[in-house]
Write a protein that binds this ligand. Structure first.
Ligand code: PCA
Length: 337
């Protein structure tokens, strides 16, 4: 009797264990993993925000959806992320929108010098352009999740720069078409370098001038060589985070809603951390020996003329929809000021 009871107890346990196992494997079968490719380093505030978003998605879906973040171009190189996510080589990605400008001028609207003068303007420009960016992504098989700006782009140099004509003969690091155009206009040599390779390029002296944020300057130890830094506040480019639309559409509707809601939250958090990072990183740059300088009037004047010229050039390539976006932004801005 005792023996029989113990057998049945064991059997009961086996049944329990088996059904628990099958529950676990059913959950695992349903659990989804999205691999997210980003060109930027793990410690960068964009990547930190992405990582926090990924953790929030994991928690809110009780492990049903995992966003696995691959920083620093480790899954796909910067230039392959947009197409790679569309083609399913990654499930999600982050890119700076203006690197996509050769595909459509709209992607370059946030990198026209001096269209925006600060974060509030950048927000208005994003409000004006968001739905069109979403549509462009959709046309490419992608679904936009959120966009977050870099801090303002400032000018770094190894030697003093009094006028933009001083860029002549310099090796200007570039990350998008607008920067290549700047190199061309001022007789500098354009050297395309991705963020992941930038520290090495500065260290080896392959570049001696660049336009980027204090965050990237700090992360790439710009101060080892580029010790002049002019606060020209040229533009505020944004990174966008997106997923493969077809893959996303196959998730349970409730899960999709969870992700989209969290994307809104982490867009807001990202904007806030960008603002905070700006001040903090600029102060840190100064501590590493970089001279943080305000441009004098002649450099400011050059930058303004450059902005006018690049705006004109952009308007020539843009269609009516893009021009409408810029007009609607200008309208909103004039109401705010
Ligand atoms: N850092 C990135 C993009 C813009 C920025 O501030 C870079 O320099 O590649």
């Amino acid at each position: 009797m005792t023996r029989g009871r113990s057998m049945s107890g064991r059997r009961f346990f086996c049944v329990l264990a088996a059904s628990a196992l099958s529950l676990v494997s059913a959950a695992q079968a349903r659990a989804e993993t999205f691999r997210v490719a980003t060109p930027y380093p793990a410690a960068n505030f964009h990547t930190q925000n992405l990582q926090a978003f990924a953790s929030a998605v994991g928690a809110a879906t009780h492990g049903g959806l995992t966003f696995e973040v691959y920083p620093n171009g480790s899954l796909l190189k910067a230039a392959s992320i947009f197409d790679g996510v569309r083609d399913g080589k990654a499930d999600a990605g982050e890119v700076m929108l203006s690197t996509l400008a050769p595909r459509d001028p709209l992607f370059g609207v946030d990198s026209i010098p001096f269209v925006v003068s600060g974060y509030n303007d950048a927000r208005l420009l994003w409000d004006a352009s968001r739905s069109r960016v979403e549509a462009l992504m959709k046309a490419n098989g992608l679904r936009l999740l959120y966009a977050v700006p870099w801090p303002p782009q400032n000018l770094y140099a190894e030697t003093p720069i009094a006028r933009l004509s001083d860029l002549k003969g310099h090796r200007l690091r570039t990350y998008n078409a607008a920067q290549k155009r700047i190199a061309e206009l001022y007789g500098a040599q354009a050297v395309q370098v991705e963020a992941a390779d930038l520290g090495a390029a500065i260290g080896a002296g392959r570049i001696d001038t660049m336009l980027t944020s204090p965050s990237t300057g700090l992360e790439t130890r710009a101060g080892q060589r580029l010790t002049y830094y002019y606060k020209v506040n040229a533009w505020i480019p944004k990174n966008a985070v997106f997923v493969n639309a077809a893959r996303f559409a196959r998730l349970a509707p409730a899960m999709q809603q969870t992700v989209l809601k969290l994307a809104q939250d982490y867009e807001a958090r990202g904007w806030e951390s960008s603002r905070q990072t700006y001040e903090h990183d600029e102060a840190e740059l100064a501590r590493t020996g970089v001279r943080v300088l305000n441009p004098d009037v002649s450099l400011q004047g050059d930058m303004r003329r450059l902005g006018e010229r690049l705006t004109r050039e952009w308007l020539h390539t843009a269609g009516t929809e893009e021009v409408d976006i810029l007009l609607s932004f200008e309208n909103k801005r004039s109401k705010v000021k």
